[in-house]
Design a protein around this ligand. Structure first.
Ligand code: NAP
Length: 289
């Protein structure tokens, strides 16, 4: 391995400590702690685990964690009514609706119903628009975390060739916007892209957010590149337990890249840390108005 490992766990721990210090200052100034409320509809086990760990991290940062676990047959109207109550609740600074929602609920309508000032997932069209315009707003947590890791590894990215593989509203598109705002020259690849390997070969910065295990091969990568692997894929192992791998074939990529994130322990821990940072930011902005 020639690449330096980007330690997302350590970077996330540092960010969480920064947020906890900011929360203590917020409490001293405003006499209350910031509040993050998570809404889960249905009983998807993976989502339940995510919601549990978000609640724990919120409390550890000194913030107030609220949770609403609703049955899978909750109507869209009832969910929208809950969001309206949370929007109006002065103790709630951040609202996160855990995705995916059951098929009978229109997730776009739900996201649009969240007060943009409390939209700590950064998915409301107002926040998406602010990001694309290069203005301050709430930025989706996973790409925000990737950007912190990239900056720490390579410093300023102005002029660098960046390739983002994936164009989801959650990761790929906001990642491309962040890199563009930081003056990288950005290409976005997706399932219809021709000759992905040729695009990868030009990238000084590569962000893979696809969901296909080990798709990006090490010999595609530009020597010295910074590789950020967002993918979280469970693959079968002989013992039957399975293990997590990214979208990048780690061993072959680490032999050519300059920096690389591991899976797990790379981007994953940054996502929750950035959610906490967004909640503190939302609380501070609301308290100041
Ligand atoms: P998504 O909504 O399924 O988007 C996947 C993207 O990959 C799409 O834009 C798709 O293209 C593109 N794609 C599919 N096959 C491709 C191919 N053969 N070549 C190039 N592009 C291809 O997924 P997502 O929500 O962005 O998540 C992506 C991965 O990141 C998943 O593994 C997810 O588990 C992981 N993730 C991790 C975190 C974290 O905290 N670490 C957070 C969020 C997501 P089209 O648009 O053309 O379909």
């Amino acid at each position: 391995m020639t690449a330096r490992l980007i330690d997302g766990k350590a970077r996330a721990a540092a960010l969480r400590a920064e947020v906890a210090a900011g929360v203590a200052q917020f409490v001293a100034t405003y006499g209350r702690a910031p509040g993050l409320t998570v809404v889960l509809v249905g009983d998807d086990p993976a989502s339940a685990v995510y919601v549990g760990s978000k609640g724990k991290a919120t409390r550890e940062a000194g913030m107030i964690s609220g949770e609403h676990r609703l049955p899978a047959d909750t109507s869209e109207a009832d969910l929208l009514a809950l969001i309206a109550r949370l929007n109006a609740d002065p103790a709630v600074d951040g609202i996160l609706v855990q995705m995916p929602l059951p098929a009978h609920i229109d997730s776009d309508r739900v996201i649009a119903a969240i007060d943009p000032a409390k939209d700590v997932d950064g998915l409301h069209p107002i926040n998406t628009g602010l990001l694309v315009s290069g203005r301050d707003g709430l930025v989706p947590c996973t790409p925000s975390g990737c950007m912190l890791l990239i900056r720490e590894a390579v410093g300023p990215v102005a002029g660098a060739e960046a390739l983002v593989i994936g164009r989801s509203i959650l990761v790929g598109k906001p990642m491309a916007a962040l890199l563009t705002n930081a003056s990288a020259t950005v290409t976005v690849a997706h399932s219809r892209t021709r000759d992905l390997a040729a695009h990868v070969a030009r990238a000084d910065i590569l962000v893979a957010a696809v969901g296909i295990p080990n798709m990006v091969q090490g010999d595609w990568i530009k020597p010295g590149a910074c590789v950020i692997d967002v993918g979280i894929n469970r693959v079968a192992t002989e013992g039957g337990k399975g293990r997590l791998v990214g979208d990048v074939d780690f061993d072959s990529a680490a032999a050519r890249a300059g920096w690389i994130t591991p899976v797990p322990g790379g981007v994953g821990p940054m996502t929750i840390a950035c959610l906490l940072a967004n909640t503190l930011k939302a609380a501070t902005a609301r308290a100041a108005t």
